[in-house]
Design a protein around this ligand. Structure first.
Ligand code: ATP
Length: 247
């Protein structure tokens, strides 16, 4: 039997004045999978993430975490329920070391209540899991952007999430870094995490996502497995171009 979605949006609409940024979007994210959310610039992907995490109130529609309606819940409450995210513009403490960025996230998580973690052992475990041990004691300002993206993911994992939203995590990564990153996401999903990936790197999305949702002008244009999406004429026309270009 298919798992019920850990995260679900039902009919989310977000208006900014007269502009509709997200239009009646219903989608689910299931444990143990990577779900892609793609679409042209300005399609509403980040606005949808902000609505899911509680940074943006929807004009209408509901957000459910594990079946609980969290539409009116503060972001920290949603974090306590297992929701974590990364940001398109890196939001790290650049004057702190990689290790300290993780420790601070652990401190904040423990201070917020909920399930307590052992900060030192969890930091060591995640530095190893994400392949950051070699730069653990370097300041974030000294490391390449591609690796800083992985630090953001490791930091998000410090909150012991069940759902992880990633906003353009491969941006700034080298090809080799993206390959390692794809492996990491596969491992995290295999451990049971529900991952949602906003990403313009279409080959990466096609490789690791089991389901892909395509947004265009705020509305869902298509949803389905990679093979279906990359052959969908409407998606090709609106976003990914010809099949040859997409793979
Ligand atoms: N706070 C805001 N006030 C007004 N308009 C906004 C606001 N935030 C986003 N928008 C508009 O809503 C639309 C959706 O923006 P959003 O950033 O969600 O798109 P996106 O799909 O994440 O784009 P990108 O791929 O470029 O990151 C855009 O037209 C954007 O200009």
């Amino acid at each position: 039997m298919a798992d019920a979605p850990l995260l679900e949006t039902r009919g989310i609409t977000v208006r900014f004045g007269g502009h509709v940024a997200v239009k009646d979007v219903s989608m689910g994210i299931t444990r143990g999978t990577v779900t892609g959310l793609i679409g042209p610039n300005g399609a509403g992907k980040t606005t949808l993430f902000n609505t899911i995490t509680g940074l943006q109130r929807p004009t209408s529609g509901r957000v459910f975490l594990d079946g609980v309606d969290v539409t009116s819940s503060a972001p920290y409450k949603r974090a306590q329920m297992g929701l974590a995210r990364t940001f398109q513009r890196l939001e790290l403490f650049v004057s702190l070391s990689v290790r300290d960025n993780l420790r601070v996230a652990g401190d904040i998580h423990n201070a917020n209540g909920g399930h307590r973690i052992d900060i030192e052992s969890e930091t060591d475990r995640l530095l190893a899991l994400t392949g950051l041990e070699d730069i653990a004691d370097r300041d974030v300002s000294d490391i390449p952007t591609g690796r800083a993206r992985v630090v953001e993911v490791a930091r998000a994992l410090m909150t012991a999430p069940r759902i992880l939203l990633l906003d353009e995590p491969a941006s700034g990564q080298t090809e080799q870094e993206t390959e390692q990153f794809a492996e990491l996401l596969g491992e995290l999903a295999a451990e049971g995490l529900a991952i949602c990936l906003v990403e313009h790197d279409i080959p990466l999305v096609m490789k690791i996502c089991s389901t892909i949702h395509v947004l265009d002008y705020g509305a869902l244009l298509a949803s389905g497995p990679p093979d279906e999406i990359k052959n969908d004429p409407a998606v090709i026309a609106a976003y990914i171009g010809t099949e040859e270009e997409a793979v």
